[in-house]
Design a binder for this molecule. Structure first.
Ligand code: NCD
Ligand code: ZN
Length: 337
């Protein structure tokens, strides 16, 4: 196959930031994706309906005339029932960060058991919970150590839909298969790289993200689940732009920027393994079914032709370096209608 038509591709985990950075990166998603789940880890976090609706307005202004729906998320804290009732129709779910686990998560949760009343209300009201599942342990073990908490929540709240965000381990793939109410997103980079690509040779800050890329066997398990279009797995880029000055410095911020090349690179990956037929499910259908959403119609044709990834994306006084900067991909988005 030299071409594939994708219907309404979705990015189920995306950081659009705010202000000038948002103006630069938003069109780089909204051009090719029909919708995306917008992460609420701004400063201060998006943890009330008023700021969420205002943020949504800023995003839709930045997307211009692109056909695109931002699926909004609240930042997890203990909410009252009245707040949840009011917010429900405006959100896809609520994103929980353990305090201090990643960028802008200082206001996150310190102890899961203290916030169970909110989980209970979310379960009863049918509001999904999205989780950054890492402990504060040794960096390679943080996700693995968090799996017990996922299992505890999945059992204790069997009707609560729980998304394990950006999974990076074979153990997480296993766990996902064991509970009906556990699903997961996986990024592009975690299907392609291991820790070796980040720190095995020359240190590559542009591949440094949380959770950190793991072992070859972890990448293999994630890749197989994606290629077979495992019905519990969705694409979530976790595209997380940081200014060049925050990446190429001492004390590099975590986050890999992939939005503008994600669809082309996924097509190249699925084609390499003879699994292009499963890309539609991974990039849209699974998410539609799991969240019960019907995205805006958008037809994206991806073709086997050279695509030189820009060395940098610049605008609005910002510079961001994408994954695969300056490299030539074998697949390119060739038409969007
Ligand atoms: C994200 C960011 O920069 O906001 N960084 C990352 O490395 N993935 C936060 C997150 O999703 O953990
Ligand atoms: Zn993220």
């Amino acid at each position: 196959m030299n071409e594939i038509t994708l219907h309404s591709p979705l990015d189920m985990h995306l950081h659009l930031r705010d202000e000038e950075m948002m103006k630069l990166v938003t069109p780089l998603t909204t051009e090719t994706f029909s919708g995306a789940v917008i992460m609420p880890n701004l400063v201060p976090p998006v943890d009330n309906l008023k700021s969420l609706l205002a943020y949504r307005e800023r995003i839709t202004a930045a997307q211009g005339s692109d056909v695109f729906e931002p699926y909004m998320m609240l930042f997890f804290r203990q909410y009252t029932e009245a707040e949840l009732v009011e917010a429900k129709e405006h959100i896809l779910g609520i994103k929980l960060y353990p305090a201090g686990a990643t960028t802008n998560s200082e206001a996150g949760v310190k102890a899961l058991d203290a916030v169970e009343p909110t989980f209970k209300m979310m379960e009863e009201m049918g509001i999904p919970l999205m989780v950054h599942g890492e402990t504060h342990g040794f960096v390679m073990d943080r996700e693995k150590e968090f799996l017990a908490s996922y299992e505890y929540l999945a059992k204790k709240f069997p009707k609560l839909q729980i998304t394990m965000e950006h999974i990076t381990t074979a153990d997480a793939v296993d766990l996902m298969g064991r509970y009906e109410n556990l699903r997961a997103t996986v990024t592009l980079q975690h299907l392609i790289i291991t820790l070796d690509d980040v720190a095995g040779g020359m240190l590559n800050p542009h591949l440094f993200c949380k959770p950190i890329a793991k072992r070859p066997e972890d990448r293999e398990a994630l890749l197989q689940a994606a290629l077979e279009a495992n019905p519990s797995l969705m694409f979530g880029s976790d595209s997380a732009p940081h200014p060049l000055s925050k990446k190429e410095c001492c004390g590099c911020a975590a986050g890999v920027f992939t939005s503008p090349l994600a669809i082309a690179r996924l097509a190249q990956l699925f084609d390499k393994h003879g699994k292009l037929d499963n890309l539609q499910a991974f990039l849209s259908d699974n998410a539609q079914r799991l969240y019960g959403i019907t995205p805006l119609e958008k037809k994206v044709i991806v073709s086997k032709q050279a695509f030189v990834v820009p060395a940098a994306y610049e605008g609005h006084g910002q510079t961001v370096i994408p994954m695969h900067a300056g490299e030539t991909l074998d697949w390119a988005v060739s038409s969007i209608t």
